[in-house]
Ligand binder design. Structure first.
Ligand SMILES: C=C(O[C@H]1C=CC=C(C(=O)O)[C@@H]1O)C(=O)O
Ligand SMILES: [Mg+2]
Length: 461
């Protein structure tokens, strides 16, 4: 096995409760399949894994096991708490050349004040971890880190065991045949609360006409049953092969896997530059080039969809105005075309002020009017009152950051939660004064399509 030892470091870190030592060892390995590495953790680390790949496929991240876990239910302060803890944990870590930094990965639930019971029961408002084994594939190179955060001064033996296990995991991932996972076999399919959803769209449209809000995003869920318990690598493999042009993600917590393929970046920070994207307003793809172009052109000229989009642009622009010394925003949206759907899309880019951080931007941006609405608080309380589900991590910020404050968060749409042999799929849409229940319903069907296809579901149109 080709492995290049890069570095081992141990640094003292102050956490909220105690002084610990953070040991990091990085090796470079032959490029391997990220999914195979994820699958190699099936026995030991099921329930404590994550998978991430950016849209451009230039950065892939897999985590197995929790070297350190950050969870809280701190409501409005949850972003600040995670930021403070992460800063404390990484304060003394100095990046040496070629060393791969530890990465914090996880998400913040959509709405901490939603108390509805369901598949998200017991899930914390913030859920992040530093993996015990972290695989990073970047610029065609693959690195595996071991992370150990401990108060034990004599942890050499423990670290040696981790090295052995790391080598086994890498070996398993490298020699594994490129496995084709079976398509799940669906036994039952249910559009939960379909009638309630249609009524809610009518109600919310009226609320908007009565000026109680300007825009509110309303979502619904589909429930799929399978004859067998599905595995996380199995469902991820199908999402990965069906949705190459989106961000791909999977996050496990105990017996729940949240996964999906989202086209929508919330914010990316790299060396003091911030990037966001306004994605709102939708139409299906055409069956021919001509039809596709005609549909795209009609979307670019449609006042209802341009209205949905404009709320998002204004809000993100305002956040960039506050947090950047300068920023750039095109005047007109473009089209973002993915396999099943086309969206209106406006990229935003800025130069961050000194004290602005990725988590501060996440805190300000979430939820954008592509997922919540305008005004934000009114929209959230309408969602709480009229939407028949708890979103959990659906439509929520999910992503990663490193010790230097670089990172990327997406909004976790086109997603599903898998618990044993049931999957809960989520999709919603922006409701404005001229929304029609049936066309919003149809828009959610298009948005469900990638996940349905990946999970072997029939399309009931
Ligand atoms: C809320 C979702 O999509 C948002 C993102 C893009 C377009 C949207 C729309 O046109 O309604 C939504 O705002 C979803 O996919 O569940
Ligand atoms: Mg829409």
């Amino acid at each position: 096995m080709h492995q290049k030892w890069l570095q081992t470091t141990g640094v003292e870190v102050e956490t909220v409760n105690s002084t610990l030592t953070f040991y990091i060892e990085t090796i470079e390995v032959n490029r391997l399949s990220a999914l195979a590495f994820f699958a190699a953790g099936e026995k030991q680390y099921k329930g404590q894994r994550f998978f991430w790949q950016n849209r451009e496929k230039t950065f892939t991240l897999v985590g197995l096991g929790h070297a350190y876990k950050l969870e809280n239910n701190a409501n409005d302060e949850r972003f600040d708490f995670i930021e403070k803890e992460w800063k404390a944990l990484t304060k003394n870590i100095v990046k040496e050349e070629s060393e791969q930094q530890p990465i914090l990965f996880g998400g913040f639930t959509f709405d901490p004040n939603n108390m509805k019971e369901g598949e998200w029961n017991g899930f914390p408002q913030s859920y992040f971890s530093v993996a015990t084994y972290q695989l990073v594939i970047r610029d065609d190179k693959a690195y595996v880190n071991i992370h150990l955060v401990t108060d034990n001064d004599n942890c050499l033996e423990e670290f040696d065991l981790l090295r052995k296990e790391r080598d086994q995991l890498i070996h398993a991932a490298q020699v594994r045949e490129l496995k084709m996972y079976d398509k799940p076999v669906m036994t039952n399919y249910r559009e939960v609360y379909k009638e309630e959803y249609l009524k809610t769209i009518a109600t919310v449209t009226n609320l908007i006409k009565n000026k109680e809000a300007e825009k509110v995003v309303i979502a619904r869920a589909l429930e799929m049953q399978f004859d067998d318990t599905l595995t996380a690598p199995q469902v991820l493999s199908h999402v990965i092969s069906e949705q190459p042009e989106s961000y791909l993600f999977g996050l496990e917590r105990d017996n729940l896997l949240f996964f999906g393929a989202s086209p929508e970046r919330l914010v990316k920070v790299k060396d003091g530059h911030a990037f966001s994207s306004c994605v709102a307003g939708s139409i299906k793809r055409g069956k021919t080039v001509e039809e596709d172009q005609a549909l795209g052109d009609s979307l670019l000229a449609d006042s209802k969809n341009l209205g949905e989009h404009q709320y998002v642009v204004e809000m993100i622009a305002q956040t960039f105005q506050q947090n950047c010394t300068q920023y750039r925003l095109p005047k007109q949206p473009k089209l973002l075309k993915i396999r099943d759907i086309q969206h209106l899309y406006t990229p935003v880019e800025g130069l961050l002020k000194q004290d602005a951080t990725i988590l501060q931007l996440v805190k300000h941006l979430h939820p954008t009017p592509a997922l919540g609405g305008v005004p934000r608080q009114e929209a959230l309380s309408i969602i709480r009152q009229y939407e028949s589900m708890n979103r959990g991590l659906y439509a929520a910020p999910l992503g990663w950051m490193d010790a230097e404050g670089n990172g990327e968060f997406i909004v976790a749409i086109r997603s599903a939660a898998l618990k044993e042999n049931t999957a809960f799929l989520y999709a919603g849409g922006g409701i404005v004064a001229d929304s029609e229940p049936i066309s919003e319903y149809e828009e959610t069907l298009v948005k469900f399509r990638p996940m349905l296809r990946a999970l072997g579901g029939q399309l009931h149109e």
